[in-house]
Design a protein around this ligand. Sequence first.
Ligand SMILES: Nc1ncnc2c1ncn2[C@@H]1O[C@H](COP(=O)(O)OP(=O)(O)OP(=O)(O)O)[C@@H](O)[C@H]1O
Length: 233
Amino acid sequence: MAESVISISNANIYQGNNLILQDVNFKIEKGEFVYLVGKTGTGKSSLLKTLYGEIPLKEGDATVVGTEIRGLNWKTVPFLRRKLGVVFQDFHLLTDRNVYENLRFVLRATGWKEKHLIDEKIHDSLEKVGLKGKGFKMPYEMSGGEQQRVDIARALLNSPKLILADEPTGNLDPETSNGIMQLLLSISKDLGTTVLMATHDYVVINRYPSRILKTELGKVLDSDMVLAANKSE
Ligand SMILES: Nc1ncnc2c1ncn2[C@@H]1O[C@H](COP(=O)(O)OP(=O)(O)OP(=O)(O)O)[C@@H](O)[C@H]1O
């Protein structure tokens, strides 16, 4: 039987007291690449934040890379964060330190202490995103595309089984977006990493078609379910 990396059932997603998404049900298996689309304000980020433990899950159940999301607290969230990587639209890099120090900061915060292991992980991650030897660069010395690659390198540091990406190409020109998409797709294909990626970019989706989850009218719709329903008609 396939191994679900994300399994969410009967979940209601809130922002504070506001119900944003109702009765959310889907599974994502190991190695899948899935888009999350939907009009602005329909809850894509809220869903991702719930999956990485930034918004508490109050109703329903979800298991993400083997961790039960309901009932997570500030003590248990770091265990979840070590098993997944998050990629943001606006990179979230620390602007006062170079790339190496940005990555080292995350490794230290997730419990790594030995310098040679830290150096090895940073080297490997930068190599995977095509930035080998660029650890000395300051974020402001890099293009948007390069900063997004650093953000992805940071997400890869702990060899995660899952990457949650929130509009990772949202601030990039089409050619740079294309490079970032190819990188994310190769991470999914070559490393077997599951990727759930929120996007507005239908050019990207048409170029690299894959399963789509869509937030609409307070629900999450699943292209796999639509295909299955059409087949059985
Ligand atoms: N911190 C917050 N506090 C209260 N409400 C919020 C907060 N962040 C978002 N919301 C509200 O939650 C709803 C869903 O927002 P969310 O950011 O999840 O949508 P989205 O689909 O990711 O939008 P976008 O495509 O613009 O990023 C919106 O109505 C938004 O106004």
